[in-house]
Design a protein around this ligand. Structure first.
Ligand SMILES: C[S@@+](CC[C@H](N)C(=O)[O-])C[C@H]1O[C@@H](n2cnc3c(N)ncnc32)[C@H](O)[C@@H]1O
Length: 146
């Protein structure tokens, strides 16, 4: 995604802040960046911590760094509070910035109630079943266009 952005806007300096709870996955990400030619000069800030801790840290510092683009790809299942997480990251967007959330499709259109699937989704670290329907309702309740 960053490579694509950088090649689309070659003259624009790109900086990226990464929030990732797993040090193993962060190391994998760093290794990938190191061998990606057009990202080697881009400054990265690495926050090896859960989203909730990053939010706490940013609020404690009282200095909000803002972003043109924030993505949450298949991670919304892991956060404690969906509404406050969306509100927080939305507050970090610059004017005309975009927040991209990728999440499981809402399965309620299927003949079976969602309860049927909960047990399959809610394993290990995933405590709550969250789908596009819930995210959509949450955005709507905060008056956010999506
Ligand atoms: C299903 S993976 C998706 C990874 C990546 N976004 C992708 O699409 O390939 C979920 C990611 O969320 C991270 N994660 C889990 N709980 C988190 C939290 N509370 N805050 C931030 N990241 C978290 C995991 O370490 C993992 O990298």
């Amino acid at each position: 995604m960053l490579t694509l952005l950088q090649s689309t806007f070659p003259g624009v300096p790109i900086t990226a802040d990464i929030v990732e709870g797993s040090s193993q996955l962060t190391d994998n990400f760093k290794a990938l960046v190191a061998k990606t030619t057009n990202l080697q000069k881009s400054p990265f800030a690495w926050y090896i911590m859960h989203s909730e801790d990053y939010e706490r840290q940013v609020k404690e510092k009282g200095h909000l760094k803002t972003f043109d683009f924030i993505h949450m790809i298949q991670m919304i299942y892991f956060v404690d509070n969906l509404a406050s997480t969306i509100k927080f990251y939305h507050s970090l967007l610059k004017n005309n910035g975009r927040l991209m959330i990728i999440v499981e499709a809402d399965l309620r259109w299927l003949a079976h109630p969602v309860e049927t699937y909960k047990k399959d989704f809610c394993v290990d670290a995933i405590q709550k079943y969250r789908s596009s329907g819930e995210v959509s309702a949450c955005l709507k309740s905060q008056g956010l266009k999506h």
